[in-house]
Write a protein that binds this ligand. Sequence first.
Ligand code: SIN
Length: 312
Amino acid sequence: MSALDFSTTLGNAWFPAPTFTASGCASSGRELAQFFDLRTMGGVVTKSVMMKARTGRPTPRMAETASGMLNSIGLQGPGIDAFLAKDVPYLIEQKARIVVSIAGETVEEYSTLARKLRSVSGISALEVNISCPNVENRGLVFACDPEASRRVIDGVRRTIGGELPIIAKLSPDVTDLVSIARGVVEAGADGLALINTVLGMVINLDTMRPHLGGKTGGLSGPAIKPIAVRAVYQVHAAMPQVPILGMGGISNGRDALEMIAAGASGISVGTASFGNPTAIMSIQNELKDLLIEKGFTSLRQAIGYAHRPESE
Ligand code: SIN
């Protein structure tokens, strides 16, 4: 038996492990459940759900890049009613801890989604995705605008009440991430998910045109890990009391520990699961072993360790 306390908290939600799926990379967990018991990880962050069913952007919607990939999915999904009827009951049946991710086209849509979710039992936290890059125009990336991001979070907080923790998912594609983070925390976010994908593009040299149907896409995978670590470090330095779910290119236990040391209270695994559906389990085990190897008796002791003065 290990003497390590591996548990973590995001707002008032407790999780036995700090390892989560990244929204969008495992839908509602069904595909992963054939490989491992969903209860054994921290929690499932579901694909961001919108009010209505959506087919997403035109194909092609994926492109491999050096050390990563671009996606241009465009928030394809079943819509909130079908999600509540099928996916949430499935996850509850699996005894998974559930973080529901929501996305809207307007401030009001986020609040309406929150209204639909506020009386649903079995949900641990709400991820408010205000940073999807695959939208019609940059004005819809709420997280790129301090005022728009505040308004979304304020509306969700007012609607949902005080119980369910709100985690705002932010974009790295801004000049001053700390000020956006501060704004959403002031508006009622209990935690932050850092980072969403980085806006990118690939040109197909056969057609000499953008490869993706939506032209641009979100870059994920190891290529963005240093950006994610930097974002987590900067935000934790400014607001050490705010829990961060860190993500962006985590592929092994060492990557996970880097993110924790930068200031993340938990980590999400996305792109790595596409090549290896059990990646999250190996990452979880490797992280646990590394923490023990380094003499930590709890995950908590390692959170933000990189901020300590060298003399400690
Ligand atoms: C998508 O569905 O386009 C990806 C969602 C996201 O990056 O937030």
